[in-house]
Ligand binder design. Structure first.
Ligand SMILES: Nc1ncnc2c1ncn2[C@@H]1O[C@H](COP(=O)(O)OP(=O)(O)OP(=O)(O)O)[C@@H](O)[C@H]1O
Ligand SMILES: Cc1ncsc1CCO
Ligand SMILES: [Mg+2]
Length: 281
């Protein structure tokens, strides 16, 4: 595909999003997730609805054997424990493309240090909300944030507030950084792409962020050589499923159900006409 000027057009992004979703459906990549206990169900269901094959296992006795056989690996520190950290490090070191979700990175010194040590293992993509990306970029935990409006796993910032931090973090780590929010920003430290699909009510369903990180992991499995494109397309596709789900939803619980149904039912016409991705800089 032409990677030059045409890449800037919204139509190019719509076609790319459809190609990658189609590739996930055709290839059903095996995605290992070491993810938090809250998110296991929605992340596995989002992966299945998109056509991927999830495996939510985390025992250190089996990760070194299993992770190398997966197409990609998702590591999410939401319900971090001392016992899980070696499994996360082993999965991230398995030689597969992998994605990090630094949930509540600033919650404690232990969690921040865990996230920074995982960052050293070069994730293809880091997807967090604005507060998480700001905390990671400044390497500061709750102690430094004391007195700030720290909200644990939820964001106290808009995605745009973290854009410069995301660029700096991408430059210092070599990973693609994705900041979710009303507009999702995705950057490799130079280029910035904005994906503006989605509805605000998605924030009222726990672990939608974790689910979209798992979806990014599936997209990275089928497009490992362009993590920026994979992440932008996954975020837009997930947001689009939220928009379609919202047409039938009465609140967060039914949105969760309709979002998963919409993800499962997405067709070419809907994806190519409704995905909203643009180059910001
Ligand atoms: N104001 C908004 N308008 C539209 N979509 C949004 C908005 N805020 C978040 N989203 C979408 O909701 C999803 C979850 O993003 P969010 O930033 O809430 O993640 P998160 O805080 O990490 O969530 P969690 O920790 O519960 O998994 C993403 O797909 C994002 O694009
Ligand atoms: C609520 C919650 N607490 C730890 S992880 C998680 C899921 C959203 O990130
Ligand atoms: Mg999160």
């Amino acid at each position: 595909m032409d990677d030059g000027e045409e890449r800037k057009s919204p139509a190019w992004w719509g076609r790319r999003a459809w190609e990658l979703l189609s590739a996930v459906r055709a290839r059903a990549p095996l995605v290992q997730c070491i993810t938090n206990l809250v998110s296991m169900d929605i992340a596995a269901n989002a992966l299945l609805a998109a056509g991927a094959s999830p495996a939510m296992l985390h025992c250190i006795r089996e990760v070194p054997e299993f992770a190398p056989r997966c197409d990609s690996v998702c590591v999410n520190v939401g319900t971090l424990s001392e016992g899980w950290l070696p499994s996360m490090r082993a999965a991230a070191s398995a030689g597969r493309p992998w994605v990090l979700d630094p949930v509540a990175a600033a919650a404690s010194k232990f969690r921040m240090e865990a996230c920074l040590s995982l960052l050293d293992l070069r994730p293809a993509v880091v997807r967090g909300n604005a507060s998480e990306i700001l905390a990671l970029a400044s390497r500061s935990s709750a102690a430094a944030a004391a007195g700030s409006n720290f909200k644990g796993v939820d964001s106290s910032h808009d995605s745009g507030d973290a854009l410069q931090a995301a660029k700096a973090l991408a430059q210092s780590t070599g990973s693609v950084i994705a900041v979710s929010g009303a507009v999702d920003y995705i950057t490799d430290g130079e280029q910035v792409v904005g994906a503006s699909n989605g509805v605000a009510l998605m924030q009222k369903i726990t672990a939608t962020g974790c689910a979209v990180t798992a979806l990014i992991t599936a997209f990275v499995a089928v497009e490992p050589s362009d993590a920026l494109v994979a992440a932008a397309c996954a975020l837009a596709i997930f947001g689009l499923a939220g928009e379609i789900g919202m047409e039938s939803a009465k609140g967060p619980a039914s949105l969760r159900m309709h979002l998963i149904d919409a993800l499962y039912g997405l067709d070419e016409q809907t994806v190519t006409s409704r995905v909203k991705i643009s180059i910001e800089s």
